[in-house]
Design a protein around this ligand. Sequence first.
Ligand code: SAM
Length: 538
Amino acid sequence: MSQSTIAASYDAIPYPNLGYSHTHPDHLATLATLLGLNPASPEKCRVLELGTASGWNIIPFAYAFPESQFVGIDISPIQIQEGQAAIQALGLQNIRLEACDILEITSDLGEFDYIIAHGVYSWVPTDVRDALIRVCKQNLSPNGVAYISYNTYPGSYMTRMVREMMLYHTRNAATPFEKAEGARDFMAFLRENNTIPESGFAAFLNTYSDMLQQRLEHATSRSNSVILHDELAEINDALYFHEFASHAAHHGLQYLVEAEFPTVMVSNLKDPVIDAIKEFAGDIIETEQYLDFLRNRNFRKTLLCHAEIELERTIKLERVTTFRVSSMARPVNNELDIASVAPEKFGASDNATFTTDHPLSKAAFFYLSEVSPQSIPFRSLFIAARNILAEFEPQPEDAASINREAQILAANLLQAYSYSTNLITFSLTAPRYTTELSEYPTVSPVARYLARSSLLVPNIRHERVELDAISHFLLLKLDGTNNRVDLMNALLDLFGKGSFAFQINNETVTDTDKIKEILETQLNLTMEWFTHAALLVS
Ligand SMILES: C[S@@+](CC[C@H](N)C(=O)[O-])C[C@H]1O[C@@H](n2cnc3c(N)ncnc32)[C@H](O)[C@@H]1O
């Protein structure tokens, strides 16, 4: 497949405008710091994205970090033009997108502290794949971090099976639309009608079609583009992790860590499994390869750095004490016993839990749940937790005790982080969102711009936020010029135009006062939701 054919295919059917939270410079910097690197601060760094499509992964970063510089490269001029129009409309001065082939990038493009290539490596010809790794070496600053995602075996053998069936089924499709729709319908057909319902094959089809459905929903109006450019793409290759690591090593890069940190923690496995892996594997690459075998992994988001750097694979707890900490977890017990050594459990929405009997750690988790989703510097968290405990009994003041307590807290936070980043998230910078509702609330201009064409917008933490009809309508009005009265009037106006109706007990509400009351409640709930969605800026 030639470069011009690839460019033409994305020009004709652009990729959806999506962001990927694992590529966030703060996340990359945090993981690199954990492993002993001294990466550039996300607040003052240079970022390059290869295969950026319309740049919607890095445009929100450019808004979040005005003193950092961002460059996005893509071979498809139409996608680049679309992104350039957005950048101009948003008035961002620290980002530029260029229509350019990865094959043509030289050292003249300059050095970057972070290089991101999401969804590219497995979808380009071998020479581009090689150039991609070459650029990650050639254009990476000495303490830089490269992020590359790609399909992996053994899991990709199963996804490849479905891909080949979908390709066969749609071999005579006349248009890309027909091909995409045909593939989706066939997937549903297979799921419903496979002849061995109790089998592993049926279980796989169920899981796969759920996963596909979720990905397509996230692409909203461009869901056919996802299936065409990913599942049905002419090039959609996979390799074993050890092969990828060898490819990186060949260009002078080494494996740093996986962007999905919990997936690399051998300590999360049972002891006999850990012992067996230690016996099978001689180094980190082999260990990770065995983890992929155990998990049947089909996709990786790998971080690389220069091969010459000496990494600290045994994580030092001092590193943790330099981080900000946040949590989405809540205490499982309503009657929390903080002061004693009774174990208490904290749980997150992904069912991950962390149990501890260490009073200071319990106090810290409790405090984080109270201020969630805000991030707190480790030192402040430590003091806040001590203050909570001081309400029950005086806290030791000698340096040795304070140091020991801080170490235990750091170890517990690290352990929770290794279970799930919903339990604990570490970061280096404070995201610029507010949880306060001002008189004239403002949603980030980046989210407002994208909301003009999508119900899925990036928040300031670079997560995807799905909007319903009312939050979408209000978000577009939250540009700092409308107060509560204006918003209520806008809702009444919208209601007056017959855009929606309310029913109570299957009866349409017509009473004006009742309608006003319902709209007031809707407005309150939605504005409250905005304060938690990390969309509001000061
Ligand atoms: C599957 S899309 C991924 C887009 C985006 N990174 C994402 O994950 O949402 C792959 C992108 O790589 C671009 N691409 C393919 N070959 C390229 C090349 N040789 N040089 C630059 N970009 C290329 C395509 O135009 C397309 O936008």
